[in-house]
Design a protein. Structure first.
Length: 367
């Protein structure tokens, strides 16, 4: 890998990230077209998934694309969907070389895009900054390979792991800078997910605020019996910002009718052995609807259930500089674990101060 290839692929990756949270079920791809050492075209997947990154970059480059080098973070598509294949568009444009970050795991592509380019006489280089390219679209990869969206679990607690006092006071344990960071994370995910207990206790809006962002993620609530406030923030805004309610079988028809009448989408899911919604069933249902990245904000029972069955890919925890004491409410519910060796570990990926709090990011350890 040359320094030039790495530099332009890094630029393509930065462009691709602009689409995170806005392009599902498609991947968030970035593309840069370079000729004689100068960028002549840039593109990234647009909201809703189209146009694709390559099409935007080719449109910007115009005739300058002929003989140029294309840097694209994910293998160009090779199948006819709602739009013609990007690999065919690259061939038609007359580019000389295509540098690919990661291969597309979608069975409709998976090597076929690169093969189409090579068959047309185009020089193709693969796996340039592959680790970074795969990480940039980990949610898309997870949906294709595991049949579920990736899950980022957000935790915010005192130094001793408490999210509220014994009386339930929780606003605010962390500072405004950390809360703003959470809003930015919401914006970069397809959906925000919480448990029904959080909705009943806090009446959250679960929207992105204070960032000047028009786009809003889908708001998901896991509620076995649909027993949520019909006059709460989610109910009042379900027609403006999507609300998906994952529920169990046998819910009261009147409640189901009330929520659909308010504009919510109801998603029936399986009940697990603990008589709560089965997390695997929930995530499979969300993947079937196209979601690739889900940002889970609790509560403690939902967080514990996801961790307990190994369905959390990343944990982002904010630690505040105060101690609440044993009588405070813990950030995680019971997990039934009594042996450390049996508990999956996460690998530390990042630590930094955000305002007066510390953010630490952990990723699932695959070893």
């Amino acid at each position: 890998m040359s320094g030039t290839d790495k530099r332009f692929m890094a630029l393509a990756l930065s462009l691709g990230r602009r689409g995170l949270g806005r392009v599902w079920p498609n991947p968030a791809v970035g593309c840069v077209i370079v000729k004689d050492g100068r960028v002549v075209g840039r593109g990234w997947t647009q909201p809703g998934g189209r146009p694709h990154a390559e099409i935007g970059a080719l449109a910007q480059a115009g005739r300058a694309a002929r003989g140029a080098t294309v840097y694209v973070t994910l293998e160009p598509c090779a199948h006819q969907g709602q739009t013609p294949p990007c690999a065919a568009a690259l061939v038609a444009s007359g580019v000389a070389r295509v540098v690919i970050g990661a291969r597309d795991p979608d069975p409709r592509v998976d090597g076929q895009g690169a093969a189409m380019l090579r068959a047309a006489g185009i020089d193709v280089a693969e796996a340039v900054m592959r680790t970074e390219a795969e990480a940039a679209n980990a949610g898309f990869f997870c949906r294709i390979r595991e049949g579920r969206p990736s899950v980022t679990l957000k935790l915010a607690a005192s130094l001793d792991g408490r999210i509220a006092t014994a009386g339930g006071e929780s606003q605010w344990i962390t500072g405004p800078e950390a809360r703003r960071h959470v809003h930015a994370l919401r914006a970069s995910h397809d959906a925000v997910m919480v448990g029904g207990g959080t909705v009943r206790a806090d009446d959250p809006a679960l929207t992105v605020r204070g960032l000047g962002v028009a786009h809003q993620p889908v708001r998901i609530v896991l509620t076995r019996g649909l027993d949520l406030p019909l006059d709460g923030a989610l109910a009042r805004t379900a027609r403006q910002v999507p609300v998906w309610l994952c529920h169990g079988v046998g819910v009261e028809p009147a409640l189901a009718e009330a929520w659909t009448g308010l504009g919510a989408e109801l998603i029936p899911c399986e009940i697990g052995r603990n008589r709560q919604l089965d997390p695997g069933s929930v995530l499979a249902a969300l993947a079937a609807r196209g979601l690739t990245r889900v940002f889970c904000e609790g509560g403690g029972a939902l967080a514990a259930s996801l961790l307990g069955v190994g369905l959390v890919d990343e944990v982002i925890c904010y630690s505040a500089g105060l101690a609440v004491g044993a009588e405070g409410r813990p950030m995680l519910g019971a997990m039934g674990q009594d042996r450390l060796a049996a508990i999956p570990r996460f690998a530390l990926a990042e630590v930094r101060a955000i305002g007066g709090d510390v953010m630490h990011r952990w990723r699932r350890d695959e070893q």
